[in-house]
Design a protein around this ligand. Structure first.
Ligand code: 26V
Length: 851
């Protein structure tokens, strides 16, 4: 039910008439006269929603009910803008990008939407007058954790930028009932708990039953011969699954436009239920129903087991098939099954290989259902798709057994075979005539005892563009992952360096720093992050340095309180906060960090009079549930932290905390409080990294390797303002080629040796010697695949440089300011403009008032 002020939203006036398309977002003015409710109107809206939408009263309402009422009040503005956006796009028959991603790590939406609509202060005042603290209220919101890490969060940042830059766009994904697991730490170990983020409903989302889709699976393919002798393939699926869309509108900065995130929920079809019910009775019908609903039940945590493989492939197919049918339905509303302009209206971005099945599915829809020829369909497909690679890790490059396709998607398998035959007999044969080795290497099908479908090969063959996510990564994609494909199609490969939204990662999460930016760069900096360069000269102003570091200190005080609440550990906000928060993986080398901590602790114990810069090492990380070594590293961090934090001999100069259940909403509290950002992956393994950008924006100095986007970050902010260490990509490859022996480093470096040997004792796990030994074994007996020992000395040296600089407060403040002021390039708005100009060719549209 609408409250009073909703009607007035029509006051919005857009700067351009409906038909006015502009070429770039930079050229168009953002709508900044969107209706802004007064404090009184907001209070009225919130209390009206409490009574009329939720059926409670100010006296009785629970904190959750208050939060819901606030969301309804804010959503009135969002929905008004959504309608206007959709009207504008429909009446202009716009070209749009469809961003297909198995993950969208949205986090919380309340503060973000309020900030983007510039109603945060009004809402805060309104709530204060109603006796509610806005921070406590916003803490009621569960994170939408529909992603594992970087890839999913990137998709969320891109949706924010697409809405802000007014590009016609939609995000398509899965409506997981359970997001990434909630992490508890028990006895130092990770325990996974389900994350039912919408157990009590999510007030931001809206179900769209009218756009439900039915998706076929299983069965067999029949070859029918038409009277003219041509063969036709007819798929007789075994089942139909229902896809129900849930829309989450994402509002751009100053309400520029609204991009919808459409997430598909799987259900059993009524017909299907009824048939099974008739055949096998109620229990069977319930079981089949449960099977259909399982598809969107859980997000896979990066380590799918054999048993989960079929389900994961079904998930990928399900959301791609729903999305493509939705895309075709919307296209045909205006084009009535004339596919001649399909490729000029539609761009589809594949976020990693997870949505690759969309390629054969679009072929199938165009050929089998719309009657196009193979060539006509293939022409459309190769004009429409583009693929982003997010990792070079071999175990993360998806391959699916052929037998799974035979069972689940028999028609798609045929289409894949045909695509493969065209490619091998065409491009490959022309380039390397008669070369069977090349054919085997480039084939979509990997031969062997278990034949596999290589999804990345299919992606590259079908896509107009293939991009990596940072300069170095794109170079490795071109030169090492897909060299032959790059030889065939040199222009297909490109780079789009990642970016993050400055609205969430600065404006909303660091209001103190945002205020400084307002003063120095004017209030438009969230739209033009390059303008933050105006803050650079202020690095030389002592007064400004003090204000900048006062903001940092206040953020550290707040984080210290959070750490006390979550970990029970007292940390001093005057200490150096050294932070490593990200998924736990050997290549990210949390254990390198831990070895340094052990060496530092050892130094302090060896010389009880020693004084160092007081330091707090802060970790946050989830490990994939089946990744034993990663879980052992979490255990080690916790046990080592426990011992160090309670050792009075070191006089509180060193603390180690592991903050449980790291997620977007925690990142928003941790990142603004960091002094040091640990970005210490083995060079060549971190495709880009995105937290590195968030930390720098918020004035942390990077302690990192020359890997991923670190390289571009220090190019912008100055190597002298950060701490670079370790082997380069080339040096890593040379060392591996020469034959790397971790024992050489162990035997040569007594500091390293004693840190490693400590892990074999029961010093940190009393009575349980060897409880931490698996880490040492992986580094020595199992070859140290990520060169932790090779980089240890250089890392330790970098830490000593950190300490030195931290002692010089003015020098540190200067470096922090320069880092923050130099991050213009890493706004996701820049990334989206790169995609638009190099891949998608979109026009932005000023959203007009809808009368
Ligand atoms: C996937 C898997 C799947 C199975 C086994 C282990 C494993 C390990 C890693 C992954 C990575 C998934 C892809 C991903 O999240 N990549 C991240 O994408 C970010 C956005 O582009 C980028 O900043 C990170 O560097 C990259 O790791």
């Amino acid at each position: 039910m609408a409250s009073k002020h909703s009607k007035k939203t029509a006051n919005t006036t857009a700067k351009a008439p409906v038909a006015d398309a502009v070429n770039t977002a930079a050229e168009c003015s953002c709508t900044n006269d969107l209706f802004h409710p007064t404090v009184e109107q907001f209070k009225d809206s919130i209390t009206t929603h409490l009574r009329r939408s939720i059926g409670t009263s100010e006296k009785k309402a629970s904190p959750l009910a208050w939060w819901q009422a606030v969301v309804y009040a804010v959503n009135e503005l969002v929905f008004e803008r959504l309608t206007q956006t959709q009207f504008t796009h429909a009446s202009n028959d716009t070209r749009a990008v469809n961003y297909l991603s198995a993950e969208f790590l949205m986090g919380r939406l309340t503060v973000n939407n309020m900030c983007n609509l510039e109603v945060y202060d009004t809402c805060k005042k309104a709530l204060a007058e109603l006796g509610i603290d806005i921070n406590e209220l916003c803490d009621e919101e569960p994170d939408m954790a529909l992603g594992n890490g970087g890839l999913g969060r990137l998709a969320a940042c891109y949706i924010d930028s697409l809405a802000t830059l007014k590009y016609p766009s939609i995000g398509y994904g899965l409506h997981y009932e359970n997001g990434l697991f909630r992490q508890e730490i028990r006895g130092g170990r990770q325990v996974e708990r389900p994350d039912s983020w919408r157990e009590y409903g999510c007030p931001w989302e809206v179900c769209r039953p009218e756009s439900t889709q039915e998706i076929p699976v299983g069965g067999y393919v029949e070859v029918q011969t038409a009277p003219d002798g041509t063969e036709q393939k007819v798929w007789h699926p075994a089942h139909m699954i229902k896809g129900v869309p849930w829309d989450i509108p994402v509002v751009g900065f100053r309400g520029a436009s609204v991009t919808v995130l459409r997430l598909w929920e799987s259900r059993a079809t009524e017909q299907f239920n009824w048939d099974v019910f008739n055949a096998g009775g109620y229990v069977d019908a319930q079981e089949e129903k449960a099977q259909c609903e399982t598809i969107s039940k859980v997000l896979y945590p990066n380590d799918s087991t054999e048993a989960g493989k079929m389900l994961r492939l079904t998930q990928q197919y399900f959301f791609c098939a729903c999305s493509l049918k939705d895309i075709l339905r919307r296209y045909n509303r205006a084009h009535h099954h004339d596919y001649s302009s399909f490729a000029s209206k539609i761009a589809i971005q594949l976020n990693d290989t997870h949505p690759t099945i969309a390629v054969p599915e679009l072929m199938r829809l165009l050929i089998d259902e719309e009657g196009l020829s193979w060539d006509a369909a293939w022409k459309i497909v190769t004009e429409v798709f583009a693929y982003t690679n997010h990792t070079l890790l071999p175990e993360a490059l998806e391959k699916w057994p052929v037998y799974l396709f035979e069972r689940l998607l028999p028609r798609h398998l045929e289409i894949i075979y045909e695509i493969n035959a065209h490619f091998l007999d065409g491009e490959v044969e022309r380039m390397w005539p008669g070369d069977n080795e090349k054919r085997a290497k480039l084939s979509i099908i990997e031969e062997g005892p278990c034949r596999m479908v290589r999804m990345a090969n299919l992606c590259v063959i079908a896509s107009r563009r293939v991009n990596g996510v940072a300069e170095i990564h794109s170079k490795l994609v071109r030169e090492q992952l897909f060299p032959e494909f790059a030889a065939i199609w040199p222009d297909r490969f490109c780079n789009v360096t990642n970016g993050v939204t400055p609205r969430r990662w600065l404006l909303a999460c660091n209001p103190g720093l945002a205020e400084l930016y307002n003063e120095v760069s004017g209030k438009d900096w969230p739209l033009h992050l390059e303008s933050c360069a105006k803050m650079r000269p202020y690095a030389d102003n002592a007064d400004f340095r003090k204000r900048f570091m006062d903001v940092k200190h206040a953020n550290k005080v707040a984080l210290a309180a959070e750490i006390k609440k979550l970990c029970g550990v007292d940390v001093d906000p005057n200490a150096l906060f050294d932070v490593q928060v990200k998924r736990l993986h050997e290549y990210k080398r949390q254990h390198l960090n831990l070895l340094y901590i052990l060496s530092l602790y050892n130094e302090l114990l060896a010389d009880p009079a020693k004084t160092i810069v007081p330091q707090v090492f802060i970790f946050g990380a989830k490990a994939a549930p089946a990744y034993t070594l990663a879980k052992d590293i979490i255990y080690a961090i916790n046990k080592i932290g426990e011992r160090i934090n309670n050792d009075h001999r070191i006089r509180n100069q060193l603390k180690v905390v592991f903050i449980p259940n790291y997620r977007v909403s925690l990142a928003e509290k941790i990142i603004p409080a960091a002094d040091i950002s640990e970005q210490i992956s083995t060079a060549g393994y971190e495709a880009s990294g995105t937290s590195n950008m968030k930390f720098s924006m918020n004035g942390a100095l990077t302690l990192g390797t020359m890997d991923g986007a670190n390289i571009e970050i220090v190019a912008e902010a100055g190597v002298e303002n950060n701490f670079i260490f370790g082997l380069s990509v080339e040096e890593v490859q040379e060392l591996k080629a020469r034959g790397y022996n971790p024992w050489d480093y162990y035997n040569a470096d007594p500091v390293l040796k004693s840190a490693l040997d400590w892990l074999d004792t029961d010093y940190f796990t009393p009575g349980q010697a060897g409880a931490l030994s698996s880490i040492k074994r992986s580094l020595l007996d199992h070859g140290d695949p990520f060169l932790v020992l090779a980089d240890f000395a250089s890392y330790r040296d970098a830490h000593k440089r950190v300490e030195e600089m931290y002692k010089d407060k003015e020098r540190w403040a200067r470096a922090a300011i320069i880092n923050s002021a130099s991050m213009g390039k890493f706004s996701s708005d820049r990334s989206i403009e790169d995609y638009v100009h190099n891949i998608w060719s979109l026009k932005s549209f000023d959203v007009a008032e809808h009368k």
